[in-house]
Unconditional design. Structure first.
Length: 568
């Protein structure tokens, strides 16, 4: 009890929170840079009302109901949005030279001082309930940003990082063609729509007699437009101008980037690739939203034991964490989430990526460039001469990179990387097949995460799946998921105005395997992936299939979707 103070101590004294749980909660809240009260509510440890009432008694201040103030009456554009998000502090009202902000921890003097310094106004805290603060903060920040459509409508070449200077007559002609107002408006609308619905990719595809544009939303492609085929070259030219490519070159693939400023505080990056096809250039844009790298580990969908294993592995001073799965399975977000947890002033973190998808402040990110000889292996060698604590390698593609990464993991560094394999056991055998000695694999790899992304059921329109017979559930494997049949209910997708064919968003499905002494022994003995998988299952590590069925049993996704992402 002596180590606890403030709200944590009071919650323990009042008997509503276990002392060990309170201490762990304080540690995790500090790591995730969350107020302790907000952490308790977000993780369903205590309800918001209980926390607020006890905090009111402890701090001697009443609980204020945010709903009593109209959102339009809140002080607008007074506090830097970064400070509002950082401190979870909502500006409520201004009275002369005093600003009142809603917080779940009114004793956070550091936050009040920062806001006072930023605004030049004396700042006072008002105690509010955590479950009411979160949606109010989101609505306030969105209201303070320029609307996406207005921002796009006012973009100029500097905002989009365009480069239209120089070039020969053919280049100038193509640039002029690409800058036609209707083409500009049409491209802007497609990009805007893609951002609004949360798409991950945009496909511009020319065919002999038709042209189509598709968006990949929640992992599924859907057609959104069919412009006339005679616009194909002008659409391609506009996209290539925006991404600073050579407009006159149409015979070879090209790569580029578009940086789109949505507002003064928010920008979206697009990674652009062109591919010459039989009837013109197919262009694909990958949407890179920096906010996806800051979701927090609780938003990714790990089971409690899986999350704990990942956090414990991140806390180790050395070893290797491997994230595996096909393209588009969320590996980058998992890695960036781990890096964000590790990103503190005391650590030197370097990453080698191809390409660098999202910029992370405080982390040294290096873009691979094979044209000048900057490969993953070469970057890793340089990292080890730069006093690193943590190293992230975008992908282990060859033996040379694997050997250097393992050497780093064995010499006091924490290494994070990815591999393209289907499961955790296959990752180990893949390293062995590359030529990495079994001893090095067994002693350096500490954790493997295999993952997929399943579409999340829309809670507004899903319907109970009462039509699935018990014998089918047994065949599918529900007897092995550790949840009694009477304690779960499956759902079918339906579809409504709020979703896409019954699904909205995605949830991660994970196989997290810690390398136990038994698994290490199997690796040393040359065991195959089937033997390693059996040992992992015996140790209690759920495979991807079991994890997907558990998500279905929890009502997060459907059996159809679980089968789509995990069934052999």
């Amino acid at each position: 009890m002596a180590a606890l103070s403030g709200l944590a101590k009071r919650l323990v004294m009042d008997g509503v929170l276990d002392e060990t749980l309170a201490a762990d909660g304080l540690t995790q809240a500090n790591k995730q840079k969350l107020p302790f009260a907000l952490y308790l509510v977000q993780n369903d440890i205590l309800d918001a009302r209980t926390v607020a009432q006890i905090a009111a008694d402890e701090f001697g201040t009443p609980v204020f109901d945010i709903r009593a103030i109209s959102p339009s009456a809140l002080p607008q554009k007074l506090v830097d949005p970064k400070l509002i998000e950082k401190h979870h502090a909502l500006p409520l009202m201004r009275r002369g030279n005093r600003l009142f902000v809603g917080m779940v921890d009114p004793t956070n003097l550091h936050a009040l001082d920062e806001i006072k310094f930023n605004t030049g106004i004396n700042t006072e805290a008002v105690l509010v309930e955590a479950d009411k603060l979160a949606p109010a903060l989101e609505a306030y920040i969105n209201a303070n940003e320029e609307s996406l459509s207005d921002a796009l409508g006012g973009l100029d070449d500097d905002d989009l990082d365009l480069d239209t200077e120089g070039g020969d007559a053919k280049q100038e002609e193509a640039t002029s063609e690409a800058d036609e107002a209707p083409i500009v408006r049409f491209i802007n609308k497609i990009l805007l729509d893609a951002i609004k619905i949360g798409a991950s990719d945009i496909h511009f595809e020319p065919y002999e007699k038709a042209y189509r544009i598709r968006l990949r939303t929640d992992g599924i492609l859907q057609e959104v437009s069919k412009p006339p085929i005679n616009l194909a070259t002008r659409l391609a030219a506009r996209l290539k101008v925006m991404s600073q490519m050579d407009i006159s070159e149409r015979r070879v693939p090209q790569d580029g980037r578009i940086k789109m400023k949505i507002s003064k505080t928010r920008a979206i990056d697009f990674r652009v690739n062109t591919l010459p096809t039989l009837f013109g250039e197919k262009i694909v844009l990958r949407i890179l939203d920096p906010s996806s790298a800051k979701l927090g580990i609780d938003a990714l969908g790990y089971e409690d034991d899986q999350k704990q294993m990942y956090l414990e592995a991140l806390e180790q001073p050395q070893g290797m964490i491997l994230v595996t799965g096909p393209t588009g399975s969320g590996k980058t977000v998992s890695l960036y989430t781990g890096l964000n947890i590790l990103n503190t002033e005391e650590r030197n973190i370097s990453t080698a990526e191809d390409p660098v998808e999202i910029n992370l402040e405080g982390i040294n990110q290096v873009q691979m460039n094979t044209k000048v000889g900057l490969s993953f292996a070469e970057a890793l060698r340089s990292f080890l001469r730069q006093d690193p604590d943590i190293v992230m390698v975008g992908e282990i593609r060859d033996l040379e990179t694997a050997e250097i990464a393992i050497k780093a993991a064995q010499t006091g560094h924490l290494v994070l990387s990815t591999l393209h394999t289907n499961s955790a056991p296959e990752t180990l055998t893949r390293l062995l097949n590359m030529g990495v000695p079994a001893f090095n694999v067994a002693t350096s790899v500490s954790l493997i995460i295999a993952q997929r992304l399943a579409r999340r059921l829309c809670t507004k329109c899903r319907k109970p799946a009462d039509d699935i017979p018990d014998d089918i559930l047994t065949q599918e494997g529900f007897d092995d998921i550790g949840i009694p049949r009477e304690e779960f209910e499956l759902y079918h997708p339906v579809g409504c105005d709020a979703c896409l064919k019954g699904y909205k968003g995605r949830v991660g499905v994970y196989e997290v395997v810690r390398i136990t002494p038994e698994i290490s022994s199997l690796i040393m003995e040359g065991g195959n992936s089937l033997q390693i998988a059996k040992a992992a299952q015996a140790a209690g590590f759920n495979n991807l299939r079991v994890s997907a069925l558990r998500k279905a049993a929890q009502g997060l996704t459907s059996l159809e979707e679980a089968n789509r992402v995990t069934k052999d």
